[in-house]
Structures are given as C-alpha cells and as structure tokens.
Design a protein around this ligand. Structure first.
Ligand code: SAH
Ligand code: SF4
Ligand code: F3S
Length: 478
C-alpha cells in the first residue's frame, strides 16, 4: 500500500482566513492527504496569507526562503501561496520566489486540487485568480481543528471603502450566501457535533442586500434559533453605520445568539472618522452603543481602534481616549496605523511620525488595560456558565472556558485532577468519514475532526473568584 500524501498549512490574518484554511485542508483530505505538523514532513505546504499589516510581504518572503531550504531537501514538495497577499502580489510571488508552485486567489479555494494536478502534469508554476466567486467556500468540505466550534461565512468581500483598508481590493465586492444554504450548513454541522458557530463577514449587517435587495441579518440570526444541538451563535464584524435596532432586537430575542457585540470604532474623532470614510460620527457611534445596551441585557462590548491615522492630531486622539473612557469597552484590539500601498490613506500628506503613534498607542493601551480590568472585576462573585475550549495556554493544569459574553475564565477541573501536566487526550474513535463535495445544496461535511481534548465542548458552572485585564479565574461548582 502506498504511503498517504501529506500536507502542512500555515494561516495568517483573520477568522475569514481560518475559515478558508479549513476548506483548503478539507479539499486535500478528500483527496486522501493527511495533515502533518511540520513542512519537512509534507508533500504540500500551504501559506494562507494576510495583507492587513505592514511587513506582511517581508514575512511571507522570509517564510518562503525557509520553505526553499525544505524543498532543496525534498524537491517533490509543492508550495502553495493563497490568501489576501497572494491577491495583492499575484505574479510577483513566482518572480521573487520561483520555487513556489501554486499562487491562488481568495475566490479560487475550490480549485486547489486541480491546480496541484496541473503543476504535476505541466511541471511549471500555476497562477490562478478569479474575479467571481463560483463556489461559496463554506459549501466545501472542511477539516475543522475544533470539534465543537465552526466558522460559517455568510458573506464574502466588502462594498465599503474605508480609506485605510486593503480588504476590498483583495477580497472583492460583497457576495452574500443564501439563507437556506447557511441554515443547511449549520444543521449539518450540529448533526456532526458542533454546538457553537461564528458567522463571518466583513460587514455582516449588510448581509443579504446584494441578493434579497434588503439586509437580512436580523432574519438570519432569528432563523438560527431552535436548530437542534446549537447552543451558541457569535458573529463578526458588524459595521457601526449599518448596526440598527432590528439586529439588536434579534440578538436580545434569540436564545442562541450570545450577548457580545464587537463594534469596530476605529477613532473617537468625527473628523478622523470622516477622513477614514467610516460614514458615522462620534455621536452616532455613541447612540448605537446606547441603543445596543438598552436592548440587550448583560451585553459585553469590544472594538477595534486605529491610532495615528494620517492627520490625527493630539486633540483627535484625546477624543478617542475620552470615548473609550465613556463607553468602557470590555476589550479592544488596538492597532498602530499602517499605510497599505494602494489605499487612499497611504497617499495622504500628513502621516503621523512613528514615535508619536507609539506614544499615543501606549497611552491608549494603558487606559484600555485599566478599563478591561475594572470590567472583569465587576464579575467577581458571579456564577457563570462557560463552554470549555481546552487546557489553559498559561497553565496546563487548568482548563479555559468562555462565557457567552466572550470572556475567558481559567479554572481547575475535576477531570484534570490526577491527569498530570499533559491533559490533551486523544480519542481514537474520531477519524471521521470522508466528506463529499456537496456544493449544490451548500452543505459542508466535516472530513475529519481534530483529536478530542479533555472537557472541550462541555459546559461548566463556575464562580468567578478573581480578575485580570485579559481573563478571570473561576472555581468549579458541582
Ligand atoms: N471588516 C472589519 C475589519 C476588518 S480588518 C470591519 O470593518 O470592522 C480588522 C481591523 O484591522 C480593522 O477593524 C482595523 O482596526 C484594523 N486595520 C485595518 N487596516 C488597517 C491599517 N491600514 N492600519 C492599522 N490597522 C488596520
Ligand atoms: Fe475594510 Fe472597512 Fe470593509 Fe471593514 S468595512 S473590511 S475596515 S473597507
Ligand atoms: Fe483577513 Fe488579512 Fe485578508 S485580516 S480578510 S486575511 S487581509
């Protein structure tokens, strides 16, 4: 019997790329490939790239340099570059790194097996990009790394034009997926043991506008209620300009949609927001927060903030600081502005000097740190239910779970007592059958599940006993 072929995959960037990588892996598994932990053991090495950060290019070419050394030892290794940076650099990649075999776009996920076949037959690199989305990637077989959680893309691309952002140029315009197909996929996932899904899109509030002529996100959220086995629904990201009452009401009404809203602010200055082309003002953002908090009891709120956008004055930055102080976000992803070639903001005259950006960034991080701590401290003494994710990354003698409000809680579990320092346990019965490509009805079948991990996917009831800015500690209640 011949040895099964193997693949290794490295994913950069956001959840959308995680989602796509699960499909790339799923397609390879359907072809009989098996996943390996390092590229030197692989027949195919895939880099699923991101273009949002500065230096993403340098890092990619650095990684491709390393993979060349691996390929020098194993000339049969096929190297694949996909994702957003592949869209941006296209033919440049094979020019700079001629040992790359496949460069593929974000709208060609389903083509990977064919592209590998073409390389095999032709013996020269293949570069493939598509302007249209022929197969919605969620409809492809997936190899999920987590047995109880699944990413479900409901929309691809973005129709906005935020002046700092590269995403529309690498992901194309918005394409929504039909509600029936999404529900079909979620039902199938739940039948396979998934209990939590995260709906993905660049601007989920406009979901459906392109195919139903009006946004249908609230309807979609409500229609997920009652699917057998489904316990929790999360989503990311809504755009503040399109976040309206029907969605907040759907969140409050739904039993499965979690009380967590990630509402990316970007800046607290209306002047900067205008220059970013975000289509909302500081006041509008504050109104949306007040509306969401009034409608959804116990809501946790997180955000994204960019520091040092071109033209940002000290006064503008103070506006961001005061908004953060006023809203008291549970958490924030903070970014130093990075000019992305090809975006409008990259050509703006008044770029903020690096040292000013860093100083402001540190001030904001300190403020958010204090607020996150204070928010978490308020929960000490409360009884919460968490969904266990697995061993704590910091302390393998503890488990980590997540509250509905998306807060991490570490705790000592009865299952770990006596399990020693390596709680990860492999369940031999999880190999899973081969999924079949069922694009027509939009059902994605898992081709293989990751090994079982102690407690993963189970609920626990805890008392919160202490808090830090990033997480809380809990005590298990029997
Ligand atoms: N579609 C999402 C954002 C996706 S990008 C939304 O609109 O909310 C994720 C985050 O990266 C953004 O919210 C922004 O805060 C950050 N980001 C994007 N481009 C950036 C840039 N050029 N410099 C710094 N941060 C950036
Ligand atoms: Fe980028 Fe704006 Fe679209 Fe988000 S909404 S992906 S920040 S252009
Ligand atoms: Fe995501 Fe990065 Fe692309 S953030 S959409 S992988 S540019």
């Amino acid at each position: 019997m011949s040895k099964p072929k193997t693949y290794w995959i490295r994913t950069f960037g956001c959840q959308m790329n995680e989602h796509d990588s699960e499909r790339l892996a799923g397609l390879l598994e359907v072809q009989g490939y098996r996943k390996v932990a390092t590229p030197d053991l692989a027949d195919v090495a895939v880099f699923n790239t991101c273009a949002i950060r500065e230096n993403a290019d340098n890092r990619l070419y650095g990684n491709l340099g390393h993979i060349k050394a691996v390929k020098d030892v194993n000339p049969d290794l096929k190297v694949v570059v996909g994702g957003c940076l592949a869209e941006k650099d296209r033919e440049t990649i094979v020019r700079k790194a001629p040992w790359v075999d496949v460069v593929m776009g974000t709208r060609n996920i389903e083509a990977l097996p064919d592209l590998l076949q073409r390389v095999e037959e032709q013996g020269i690199p293949v570069v493939e990009f598509s302007e249209t989305l022929n197969v919605f990637p969620s409809a492809l077989p997936a190899r999920r790394d987590n047995r109880f959680h699944a990413w479900v893309a409901i929309q691809y691309g973005c129709n906005n034009a935020c002046t700092f952002c590269i995403v529309p140029s690498v992901r194309g315009h918005e394409d929504s997926r039909r509600i029936g197909d999404i529900l079909g996929e979620v039902k199938q996932l739940c039948a396979d043991g998934v209990i939590e899904v995260t709906l993905l899109g660049q601007n989920v509030n406009s979901y459906g506008r392109d195919i139903y002529s009006k946004p249908k996100f609230a309807d979609l959220l409500l229609s997920l209620d009652g699917i057998e086995g489904l316990e929790r629904v999360r989503y990311t990201s809504p755009h503040p300009k399109d976040f309206r009452e029907p969605v907040a009401r759907a969140m409050a009404e739904s039993k499965v949609v979690c009380e967590h809203l990630h509402l990316p602010l970007q800046s607290g200055s209306s002047r900067v927001l205008k220059s970013m082309k975000r289509s909302y003002s500081r006041e509008k953002f504050l109104d949306k927060v007040a509306m969401a908090r009034e409608i959804i009891p116990g809501l946790a709120l997180t955000t994204d903030i960019i520091v040092g956008f071109p033209g940002e004055t000290e006064e503008d930055f103070e506006q961001t600081m005061s908004l953060v102080e006023q809203v008291r976000f549970d958490g924030a992803f903070t970014f130093q502005y990075s000019p992305r070639p090809g975006t409008v903001a990259a050509t703006m005259q008044d770029q903020v000097p690096k040292e000013v950006v860093t100083e402001r960034f540190n001030r904001l991080a300190d403020l958010q740190h204090r607020i996150s701590l204070e928010c978490n401290q308020q929960h000490v003494g409360e009884i919460v239910e968490v969904l266990v994710e697995g061993p704590s990354k910091k302390d393998p003698d503890k488990l980590t779970g997540r509250t509905r409000t998306n807060k991490l809680v570490h705790f000592t579990d009865r299952e770990l007592v006596g399990a020693g320092a390596s709680p990860a346990r492999v369940n031999p019965g999880v190999a899973g059958g081969l999924g079949r490509l069922n694009a027509a009805i939009g059902v994605s079948s898992a081709v293989a599940a990751a090994p079982a991990i102690v407690g993963q996917g189970e609920f626990r009831t805890l008392e919160i006993i202490s808090a830090s800015p990033s997480h809380m500690e809990g005590r298990l209640l029997e």
